[in-house]
Design a binder for this molecule. Structure first.
Ligand code: PGA
Length: 252
C-alpha cells in the first residue's frame, strides 16, 4: 500500500514571519491526522526556521532545489548535506519552472537526483508536458523522455526512495486542473514505465503525485484515482485552510 503524500511547494512566496506562522497553523490542523505524509517546501532562506518550527511534528520539510556537488566554489548554490544539516527530508527537482524558465535539463536533474539520494534526501522528481505538446499528442513521449533522462542510472533501491510528480505545465498556476481521467492516464503510463525499466515491485512501491491547480474541491476526486498517490500543491499550499482541506481529501 502506498502512503499518500501531500507536499506544498511555496515557490518564491511568503516571508519569514508568515512562513513560521503557516507552519504553526498547519501543525495545529494536522493533530490527529495519520496515514498521510505531509511536507512543505519553503524558499531556501526560510528552511532553517521552518525546520525548527516543524521539528517534532509530523510535518516534513523539503527544499525546492539543490546542487549536485558536495561543496566548493559554486556561488549561490546549496549542497544536499546542507539541506540535511538544517533538517530537510525532501527536495523538489526538475520542476517545470526550473526546466522552462531557468533552462534546467534532465541531465542536470539526474545529477541532482543522485546527489540527493546519496545524502538520504527524498527527491520529488517532476515531469510534465506543455500545452502545445499535449495538443500535438506528445504527452506520453515527453513524460517518458523526462523520466528516462531525470532518473537515468538509478538502481531499483534508489528508485523506490524517490517520488515522482506528474505536473502538466498547462495546469500549473492556471486554475485549469487536469481531469482525474487525464491525470490517471499519465500516472498509469508512468507506473507501466517503472515496471518496464525496473520491475513490478518497484512500480507498485513508487509514489506518483499529481500537481497543477490542486484545490480542496478537486483533491479528493484526483486522489481517489488508483495511480495518484498524493499531490504537489502550489498556490493552495500558501494558506493553512486550503492545504489542510487537500490533506483531508487524501484521507477519505
Ligand atoms: P499550482 O502549482 O498548485 O499553483 O498549480 C503546482 C506546482 O507547481 O507544484
Amino acid at each position: 500500500m502506498r502512503r499518500p503524500f501531500i507536499a506544498g511547494n511555496w515557490k518564491m512566496n511568503l516571508n519569514l514571519a508568515s512562513s513560521v506562522s503557516l507552519v504553526e497553523k498547519l501543525i495545529e490542523g494536522l493533530s490527529g491526522v495519520d496515514g498521510v505524509e505531509v511536507a512543505v517546501c519553503p524558499p531556501s532562506v526560510y528552511l532553517h526556521a521552518v525546520c525548527q518550527a516543524a521539528s517534532g511534528s509530523i510535518l516534513g520539510v523539503g527544499a525546492q532545489n539543490v546542487y549536485h556537488e558536495p561543496k566548493g566554489a559554486f556561488t549561490g548554490e546549496l549542497s544536499p548535506a546542507m539541506l540535511k544539516d538544517v533538517g530537510c527530508r525532501y527536495v523538489i527537482l526538475g520542476h517545470s519552472e526550473r526546466r522552462n524558465i531557468l533552462g534546467e535539463s534532465s541531465e542536470e536533474v539526474n545529477k541532482k537526483v543522485e546527489a540527493a539520494l546519496a545524502a538520504d534526501l527524498t527527491p520529488i522528481v517532476c515531469v510534465g508536458e506543455l500545452l502545445s505538446e499535449r495538443k500535438a499528442g506528445r504527452t506520453h513521449d515527453v513524460v517518458r523522455r523526462q523520466f528516462d533522462g531525470s532518473l537515468s542510472g538509478l538502481t531499483a533501491e534508489q528508485m523506490t526512495r524517490a517520488v515522482i510528480a506528474y505536473e502538466p505545465v498547462w495546469a500549473i498556476g492556471t486554475g485549469e486542473v487536469a481531469t482525474p481521467q487525464q491525470a490517471e492516464e499519465v500516472h498509469l503510463g508512468l507506473r507501466q514505465l517503472l515496471e518496464s525499466r525496473y520491475n513490478k515491485q518497484v512500480a507498485e512501491a513508487v509514489r506518483i503525485q499529481y500537481g497543477g491547480s490542486v484545490k480542496p474541491d478537486n483533491a479528493a476526486e484526483l486522489l481517489a484515482q488508483p495511480n495518484i498517490d498524493g499531490a504537489l500543491v502550489g498556490g493552495a499550499s500558501l494558506e493553512a485552510e486550503p492545504f489542510l482541506g487537500i490533506i483531508a481529501g487524501a484521507k477519505n
